[in-house]
Design a protein around this ligand. Sequence first.
Ligand code: PGA
Length: 253
Amino acid sequence: MKLLIANWKMAPDTPVQAVALAKATAGIARTYKKGVTIVVCVPYVHIGHLAKATKTLLIGGQTVAATTTIASTGLISASMLRAVGCSYCIVGHSESRAQGETNETVQQQLHALLDKKIIPILCVGEKTRDTQGWYLSIIKDQIESALENVPKSTLKRLVIAYEPIWAIGEAADREATPGESLEMIIFIRKIIADLYDEKIAASITILYGGSVNETNGHTFIREGGADGLLVGRVSLEPKRFAKIADSLSKIEQ
Ligand code: PGA
């Protein structure tokens, strides 16, 4: 089964638009449900509307409070996400890290989600690549820090998404190659094997994200070692998103 996550980021503007997009995405999820699991990670204000409008679509948040204290104006807790129907939540997205989330915050967020039985989608990624391979230590730090005190038994409920910052969004320098994805995903499995064991490292779900589209998406799975994709901009365009789901459904399990 391939995992296809839509990250709507800060869009769309209105609940009416969000419900229309969710219904279109739910249709795609139904069409490809045999081979592809689709999850939409949406802005908080839309979650309640979507949960009512589409009973079948898996819904996720885009970040979560690191704390459970009520004195956290403006934040949303893992309990609240659970209560409105979220089963997944992104943590450590580079755009959230750019707003001040640190490795320590991400670790607390991950624990908060696991406590409430919400599947964390832990995003890791380096800002730039260098020829000496220092970027590998950024990823190692991000993963080791996030997984501190996370018991092995909960790892099967964790998704890791490798998203090189230089390949994300409209400001991307360029697309990553499947070879670059493969190298990093092997490296991430090695980190997990060193922290836990090889069996869990082999079974953990690792996604690729960053400028994924209907042309390159399947290559990150066929040649890039990924178990699925995290899609930003193109997830707001149902026709193109459907083509990604279609291409994933054709990959042998
Ligand atoms: P993008 O965003 O697909 O628009 O590059 C991916 C992400 O930030 O999750």
